[in-house]
Design a binder for this molecule. Structure first.
Ligand code: F6P
Length: 363
């Protein structure tokens, strides 16, 4: 009896709408057309380290296209090169990468498809350099991964933030208030920029353009003179005042990405109220941007990415990451995609477009 070919999948880092669509797009044809046994590692690299996995059946990957989260679970605190363990009261770090490679070899896996953001894909690249057959799939709501035009999850996050802005508009207008919406995105302003334009923000504050408070005060008073008694500010969690600092909500030491940003909306609300006497409220959208169903765009992109990743796998193009360039799904070397944050270029067309309709960037 011939043994089945085996392929492994894991989802790492923060979850994101569209992960299940990628898993489905890999596993369905892998099982049905190519006769693979598809192994799903649980909770990202943690499953690989702790040998926790399950064989995915066709039924497991049916009906999950529109489901948020990941059926495999994820973790952003696991890293085979720096895994955390408790030793009494202390936290110690261990490099268990060699053991991980042994596990994969022992399971007769032809390779692994790692779906994740910069942290997950950087680990994938290191494992590839040690001899593991790895393919990467770029995921993040932040859209900050280099060498792909877009990552799946971004469109869904923008849709949630846009809906929130629509809702904030009506209450802001009724109460004549300044409403501030803090959105995610880490050190990049993509979500704030796109949602800000789609939701008609009066000011969009992004990390790429440090803001000046007086510029915001001028905006509010200009709007008041025009009879507009409310204002909407969209602020990226990584935005900061000129010569000021980013607001950090907390540090997660064990994470590959320890800094958790947050708090800029509350800071703005206090400053605005005390300087202008305009009644101001802040809303932090938080993980609502990451949960729930992917948009149609993300379902399609994730399906294309899953399909592209399987093709790369079948063609033996290990060490590569599936990517979107224009309308084409192709691939790039993992080493070229990782470690370079893709921020919003200052000459981005959407910044100019937003300015043309009177949106301020606080500069
Ligand atoms: O990278 C995705 C992201 O949602 C960021 O936008 C945000 O800063 C971070 O993850 C939040 O991480 P956690 O879920 O660990 O709080």
């Amino acid at each position: 009896m011939t043994k089945k070919r085996r392929l492994g999948i894991l989802t790492g880092g923060g979850d994101c709408p569209g992960l299940n669509a990628v898993i489905r797009a890999i596993a369905k044809p892998a099982i049905q057309e190519y006769g693979f046994e598809v192994i799903g590692f649980e909770d990202g690299y943690l499953g690989l380290i702790e040998k926790r996995f399950r064989i995915l059946s066709d039924t497991d990957v049916s009906g999950i296209l529109s489901r948020g989260g990941t059926i495999l679970g994820t973790s952003n605190r696991s890293n085979p090169f720096k895994q955390t363990y408790r030793k009494g009261r202390e936290t110690v770090f261990k490099d268990v990468s060699k053991a991980v490679l042994k596990t994969v070899a022992g399971m007769n896996l032809e390779g692994l498809i790692a779906i994740g953001g910069d942290g997950t894909l950087s680990i994938a690249e290191r494992l590839f350099n040690m001899g593991l057959n790895v393919i990467g799939v770029p995921k993040t709501i932040d859209n900050d991964l280099s060498d792909t035009d877009v990552t799946f999850g971004f469109d869904s996050a923008v849709a949630v933030a846009t809906e929130a802005l629509d809702r904030l508009h009506t209450t802001a207008e009724s109460h004549h208030r300044v409403m501030i919406l803090e959105v995610m995105g880490r050190y990049a302003g993509w979500i704030a920029l796109y949602a800000g334009v789609a939701g008609g923000g009066d000011a969009i504050l992004i990390p790429e353009i440090p803001f000046h408070m007086p510029s915001l005060y001028r905006l509010f008073s200009h709007r008041l003179k025009l009879g507009k008694k409310f204002s909407i500010v969209v602020v990226a969690e990584g935005a900061y005042p000129f010569k000021g600092e980013r607001k950090v909500a907390r540090l997660v030491k064990e994470s590959t990405d320890p800094v958790r940003l947050g708090g800029i909306a509350a800071f703005l609300a206090e400053e605005i109220e005390s300087h202008t006497r305009l009644e101001t409220r802040s809303t932090v959208l938080g993980h609502l941007q990451r949960g729930g169903s992917p948009t149609a765009y993300d379902r399609i992109l994730a399906t294309q990415f899953g399909n592209g990743a399987l093709r790369l796998f079948l063609d033996g193009k290990f060490g590569e990451m599936v990517a979107l360039h224009g309308n084409e799904i192709n691939s790039v070397k993992l080493r070229d995609a990782i470690g370079k944050l893709k921020t919003v270029p200052l000459n981005h067309a959407l910044i100019q477009t937003a300015r043309s309709v009177g949106t301020s960037f606080g500069d």
